[in-house]
Ligand binder design. Structure first.
Ligand code: NCD
Length: 294
């Protein structure tokens, strides 16, 4: 909540193009082993809006000494020597945790394989909080790749920190929660209902959170084709199950699972508030962790 309290200030720095010195003198490495648009650009913009500078290393597997066989540990040691923080996206679950065990500078997890995407969860939680003024007593529908979607895993974790939330997880059976994740979430303070058909979507949920099926996590294209786009957010679905205040969210990119006909609906937040909040929330996080803001 301390983080969320900083967001309006970040919004104002951005909207008024106020020169900020919060990160002046700081250099932040963005080390991205996997493709990214929003996470990469919003972090880069966040550092710059706060007066810091970035070292941007995209696809190190092909364009750095990693291609010569350098170990992950050596790469982390190198960039921590050059910068005050490393923001890491990596295809392996647990990579950020490993990096943080050996680095002296803060590591921010910008997505680790099918594991977690904590800063996405922060911006998602902020978007819900901005809408409802609370993070308790909420009902949400999370749809798509529940098995592999790290944004889903982190959002469930995040919402489990607050009281009395109920999440319907809608997916093809092949993409339901792994047994390990289910066990872990059951222990947490959240009520989870796994569903596999549209007609089980509850009426008037507070938010819908749609995701793409994570093609890059499948071994064959055939397996992916079998399960992709089983549940499509369309005008018709909205008319059947959404309430007048239900907000529609998506971490993006979307690849066909939300029809463009929904984009102009005022409840569609994925191309509007949710994206903008991504940068503001990341600015607030950087200001707290690196900028000495209390
Ligand atoms: C997500 C990711 O990379 O996990 N994108 C993002 O960071 N906004 C979701 C996705 O790729 O499906």
């Amino acid at each position: 909540m301390n983080l969320f309290a900083k967001v309006p200030r970040m919004k104002s720095i951005t909207q008024n193009s106020t020169p900020s010195k919060i990160l002046s003198g700081k250099v932040v490495t963005l080390l991205f082993y996997e493709p990214s648009s929003r996470t990469f650009a919003s972090f880069a913009a966040a550092v710059k809006r706060l007066g810091g500078q970035t070292l941007e290393i995209i696809d190190p597997t092909n364009f750095s000494s990693v291609s010569k066989g350098e170990s992950f540990e050596d790469t982390i040691n190198t960039f921590e020597a050059y910068s005050d923080m490393i923001i890491l996206r990596h295809p392996q679950k647990g990579a950020s945790e490993n990096a943080s065990l050996q680095a002296m500078v803060p590591i921010i997890n910008a997505g680790d394989g099918i594991g977690e995407h904590p800063t996405q969860a922060l911006l998602d939680l902020y978007t819900i909080y901005e809408q409802y003024g609370r993070l308790e007593n909420l009902t949400g529908v999370l749809t798509g790749d529940i098995l592999n979607g790290r944004t889903i895993h982190s959002l469930i974790r995040g919402l489990s920190l607050f009281k009395n939330n109920t999440l319907y997880l809608l997916s093809p059976r092949e993409l339901k929660l792994s047994d390990a994740d289910r066990k872990e979430f059951i222990k947490r303070n959240i009520s989870i209902i796994e569903i596999h058909k549209e007609s089980d979507i509850p009426q008037n949920a507070d938010f819908w959170y749609w995701t793409r099926v994570q093609k890059e996590r499948f071994i064959t294209n055939q397996e992916y084709e079998k399960v992709k786009n089983k549940f499509i957010l369309s005008r018709d679905l909205v008319d059947k199950y959404a309430g007048k205040d239900t907000i529609f969210m998506h971490p993006l990119p979307r690849v066909g699972e939300i029809m463009p006909e929904v984009d102009l609906d005022p409840r569609a937040y994925y191309l509007r508030n949710q994206i903008r909040n991504g940068m503001y929330v990341r600015m607030a996080l950087l200001a707290l962790v690196l900028g000495g803001i209390k």
